[in-house]
Design a protein around this ligand. Structure first.
Ligand SMILES: Nc1nc2c(ncn2[C@@H]2O[C@H](COP(=O)(O)OP(=O)(O)OP(=O)(O)O)[C@@H](O)[C@H]2O)c(=O)[nH]1
Ligand SMILES: [Mg+2]
Length: 338
């Protein structure tokens, strides 16, 4: 805390801390602690303006290198030589199940137009994304540890309050770590949004009653809870999911295999959408396409940075498709916004 105060001043608060291992295989390891601290940029709450919370790290954390695109060895038939960029896209793991080669070659031979081929692929991808559903009264996020559930919920709280002018309440059921409660409380305080901590289902019910007049109630959860079947069953007894938008949060930095596994762990829940986080930390956001095709769920939101509330993008089909091809370098499509 002394070091944090020295760097950020007396008003700084600690959002999170964790031990970082250094050295080779623990042989020469020294104990270090990485602390995420925040400083409210403006001390007064601006009612209709977005509030910016900047996370500053007091120790030198390793720089995040964008995840490389993972490719597969494609079998024949391969595409015509003029379609190298399309070939590259279809060589990514996320498009491994598609069998568009013949159609694309045929399209190219008949039209002699690279653009026509690109349009076909673009439209295929775009049509796989359905429009994000309107948020119901309760918005709840589930997902593995550390994917960005709490950060995304804080962004959503700001969005609903500042952009949509709704009255918002926050409930956290993540009571495993004190830091988790503090993290949400800090965001809530800055945004002037009430937050209730639910240690059990009784608290949860009470919190819902307290927020009975709120337009929208956002519910944060701990990564581990929803992997526990007994807990899920209990939750069903205490909460009617028909008025809940339940989103599975997935980090785009995860490996495809891990994403598949995570999805299988959560798919028995009444999920209504997916949220993808950390688009800024990877050069491969194609997994979005694959997961959408696999789950048949719409993408409610995508996030691309740590800044609350700015780094939040609504999951519209055209926006997501443009982002996907932007990363692919298909400038023509992203510029024209086809
Ligand atoms: N680069 C980047 N970082 C993000 C994004 N979203 C969240 N993070 C960071 O990911 C880390 C974990 O975020 P949390 O919101 O605490 O994740 P969580 O899922 O609530 O974690 P648990 O509560 O421990 O399960 C934090 O350092 C966030 O700032 C994003 O879109 N991009
Ligand atoms: Mg959390």
């Amino acid at each position: 805390m002394a070091k944090v105060k020295q760097e950020l001043g007396d008003e700084a608060v600690i959002l999170n801390s964790r031990q970082v291992k250094t050295g080779w295989f623990g042989l020469f390891a020294s104990k270090r602690v990485e602390v995420i601290a925040a400083l409210e940029k403006e001390q007064t709450i601006i009612k209709r303006q977005p509030v910016t919370v900047k996370a500053e790290q007091t120790t030198v954390a390793p720089q995040v290198q964008p995840e490389p695109v993972r490719t597969i060895d494609r079998k024949s038939p391969r595409l015509h030589g003029s379609l190298q960029h399309v070939e590259a896209l279809l060589s990514t793991e996320s498009f491994a199940d598609e069998s568009w080669d013949e159609t694309l070659n045929e399209l190219y031979y008949t039209t002699k137009s690279v653009e026509e081929v690109e349009r076909y692929v673009y439209e295929q991808v775009k049509s796989s994304f359905s429009e994000p559903p309107e948020a119901k009264r309760y918005v709840m996020v589930v997902g593995p540890t550390g994917v960005g559930k709490t950060t995304t919920l804080a962004k959503l709280a700001a969005y609903f309050k500042l952009k949509e002018g709704k009255s918002v309440g926050l409930i956290t059921t993540d009571t495993y770590r004190i830091a988790a409660i503090e993290q949400l409380k800090t965001y809530a305080e800055i945004m002037n949004i009430p937050v209730e901590v639910a240690y059990d289902f009784h608290d949860f019910k009470r919190a819902k009653q307290l927020f009975a007049r709120k337009d929208i109630v956002l519910i944060d959860t701990a990564g581990r809870n929803f992997r526990d079947l007994a807990y899920v069953e209990q939750f069903h007894e205490h909460h009617d999911f028909t008025e809940t938008s339940l989103s599975l949060v997935l980090s785009l930095t995860s490996k495809i295999k891990d994403m598949d596994m995570i999805y299988s762990q959560f798919e028995s829940l009444p999920l209504s959408s997916l949220i993808f986080t950390k688009a800024d930390e990877t050069s491969d956001i194609h997994a979005m396409y694959r997961m959408v095709k696999m789950s048949g769920l719409p993408v409610a939101w995508m996030t691309d940075g740590q800044e609350v509330p700015d780094d939040l993008i609504q999951g519209h089909a055209d926006v997501l498709t443009r982002r996907l091809f932007e990363k692919e370098g298909w400038a023509r499509w992203t510029k024209q916004g086809v």
